[in-house]
Design a protein around this ligand. Structure first.
Ligand code: PLP
Length: 375
């Protein structure tokens, strides 16, 4: 291992996860969400593997991400799900990137950018069906639809989609789910009556794709499940395979006496003479400092808890009387094949979600791919 830390990404796992999701989605098309660097796995690589797995659309949060996909030669529809004022919409329209409008003024803004770009903007109208995040509330929906239709009639805009997002799809049975589905149906019907002919209606994230067949419509938008992490931990793994394995080098090994304070603040003190191992990964790489004296890793085939505080570039584990050699690999998390924790296990211990674990893996950590089918 040349690098002190590596995030190994199994592209075959991403392909297989997308294929599994496609099967669960019935006849609906799949938009693979690859925002935030493909949830930390690598934007372009994750996108290519997802397309090879059968996705036909890609979703991102920023125009810059969409433009990078285009620059990589990816020609499938790419939707930017956020809409903030400073974004280079004209460039996005020129590159044939799909954009989101959640209000009348957003639709008009996109139409203006389209006029400058000299081609119609491809737009998805976003309804706020009860999450109270992005999108038009039902009070603002008629004005949003009307603005989009006016711009469409003027040739500046084409309504490609009608979409929404669920707040509690990861809590099956939550009463908000049925309410949001009912409001979405109403929003779609209103738009269609007004003359909108969307190619795709969509509102399913990973959790909905796996648990809510009635929410599929024409297209599903899974993110976390593509990377093999369960969106509904209380329901198990759904047969998904985690794509990322975080590996770090055991940088040093040494014998210390009982009573040795370990790392900043001496929050861990050895109870007896023992062997300490120094692992070359820290919060600068995305190992959460909240994981100090809490998270486990796999070293020498055994689970070991982080001993004391996680530092920026390193942390310590207590190896007891095990023998270990500098240069050995320590598995921080992965699919669990060798007994290492999963990102979900880390997330649970930390009181967060697996999304945050993989997305926060630092930019200095090289992503090393297996299963690439391109040069
Ligand atoms: C991120 C995102 C998704 C994917 O959510 P997951 O829970 O990761 O499946 C779907 N739709 C929108 C609008 C998103 O922003």
């Amino acid at each position: 291992m040349r690098e002190p830390v590596q995030a190994r990404v199994d592209l075959d796992a991403i392909r297989a996860n997308v294929a599994l999701l496609r099967e669960r989605a019935g006849g609906a098309e799949t938009m693979a969400m690859v925002k935030a660097e493909g949830y930390g796995h690598g934007l372009v690589e994750a996108a290519r593997a997802a397309l090879e797995g059968g996705a036909g659309w890609l979703g991102v949060a920023r125009v810059a991400e969409a433009l990078r996909l285009r620059a990589a030669g990816i020609t499938v529809p790419v939707l930017v799900v956020m809409a903030t004022r400073g974004e280079p919409f004209e460039e996005a329209v020129a590159a044939g990137v799909d954009l989101t409008a959640g209000s009348g003024w957003q639709a008009r803004r996109l139409a203006e950018a389209a006029e400058r770009a000299g081609r119609p903007a491809r737009v998805h109208l976003k309804a706020d069906t009860g999450m109270s995040r992005g999108g038009a509330t039902m009070a603002d929906w008629p004005a949003t639809v009307e603005a989009a239709l006016a711009a469409q009639a003027a040739g500046h805009l084409r309504v490609v989609g009608v979409m929404s997002h669920l707040a509690c799809a990861d809590e099956p049975g939550h009463p908000s789910i049925a309410r949001q589905l009912a409001v979405f149906k109403e929003a779609v019907e209103y738009a269609e009556k007004a003359g909108v002919r969307p190619q795709v209606r969509h509102l399913s994230n990973s959790a909905a794709t796996l648990t809510l067949p009635e929410a599929r419509y024409d297209l599903v938008r899974p993110g976390i499940a593509i990377y093999g992490l369960t969106p509904v931990p209380q329901m198990g793994t759904f047969g998904l395979r985690p794509a990322m394995t975080l590996v770090a080098e055991l940088a040093a090994v040494k014998r210390v006496p009982a009573g040795s304070g370990v790392s900043y603040g001496h929050t861990y003190v050895t109870e007896r003479e023992t062997t300490l191992g120094l692992v070359a990964a820290g919060y600068g790489d995305g190992v959460p400092r909240h994981g100090s004296s809490l998270l486990e890793v796999l070293a020498g085939g055994r689970r070991r808890r982080i001993a004391g505080r996680v530092c920026m570039d390193q942390f310590v584990i207590d190896l007891g009387d095990d023998t270990a050699s500098p240069g050995e690999e320590v598995l921080l998390f992965g699919p669990g094949d060798h007994g290492e924790p999963t990102a979900q296990e880390w997330a649970q211990a930390l009181g967060t979600i697996s999304y945050e674990i993989v997305t926060r893996i630092g930019t200095r950590v090289p992503r090393v791919y297996s299963g690439a089918r391109w040069q």
